[in-house]
Structures are given as C-alpha cells and as structure tokens.
Ligand binder design. Structure first.
Ligand code: SF4
Ligand code: SF4
Length: 111
C-alpha cells in the first residue's frame, strides 16, 4: 500500500506535503511531485495537507494509472524534503482538467 500523487499536482506544487512526510519519499519533477511507492509507509499524513487534493491512496480506483507514473519518476527525479517556492501562477491551475496531457514535464526538479 502506498499513496500516489495525481495530475492535480501539476503546476501547483504547494509542497505542503513534503514537510510532513516522516520518511521523505517525495521526488521532484519540473512541475509535479511524485511519491516513491516502495518508500511510502502509507501513513496518510500528507493527504489532507495537499491543497488541490492531488494525493490519494492506491486503494482508490483512479490511482492505478498514477501509481506507474509515481514509480517511474521517483526513480528518475531528485528527492525533495523541504518546501520550495510555490510558482506565482499556482492558483490558476488548481482544478484544471487533463493537466497531464497538457502540461506534464518529465524533466527533473531543482532539488
Ligand atoms: S501539496 Fe499536493 S499539489 Fe502540492 S506538491 Fe504536494 S502533492 Fe503536489
Ligand atoms: S502517506 Fe505518509 S509516508 Fe506516504 S508519502 Fe504520505 S506522508 Fe509520506
């Protein structure tokens, strides 16, 4: 069991989640974070901390596709443990549909 980050995170990156994770299992892409499924201890602490509700448990049906994205990019992107700077336009993209297709970047973050 693990929690996963969905496309709702793309271009939001409030990063409140990374501050609360007890095992530091978030990884940073250019405009999205992911959780390493093998490192997450399924504590659920991060879920309510995420303003756009991008974090869901893998027991939810919609989580399956995101689990693969999280696993794949957690291996490629750098670990992030401290909240960084939220992009100034983050609120504009909150709740926008289809963000993965429109905006996903596979580039690593700056951590
Ligand atoms: S708080 Fe939510 S939207 Fe923000 S970086 Fe974490 S998972 Fe992404
Ligand atoms: S569920 Fe717990 S261990 Fe997993 S990412 Fe969230 S805070 Fe970290």
């Amino acid at each position: 069991m693990t929690y996963v980050v969905t496309e709702a995170c793309i271009k939001c990156k409030y990063m409140d989640c990374v501050e609360v994770c007890p095992v530091d299992c978030f990884y940073e892409g250019e405009n999205m974070l992911v959780i390493h499924p093998d490192e997450c201890i399924d504590c659920g602490v991060c879920e309510p901390e995420c303003p756009p509700e991008a974090i869901i448990p893998d027991s939810e049906q919609t989580a399956e596709a995101w689990l693969e994205v999280n696993r794949d990019y957690a291996d490629k992107w750098p670990n992030i443990t401290r909240k960084g700077e939220t992009p100034p336009d983050a609120d504009k993209y909150k709740g926008v549909d289809g963000k993965f297709e429109k905006f996903f970047s596979d580039k690593p973050g700056k951590s």
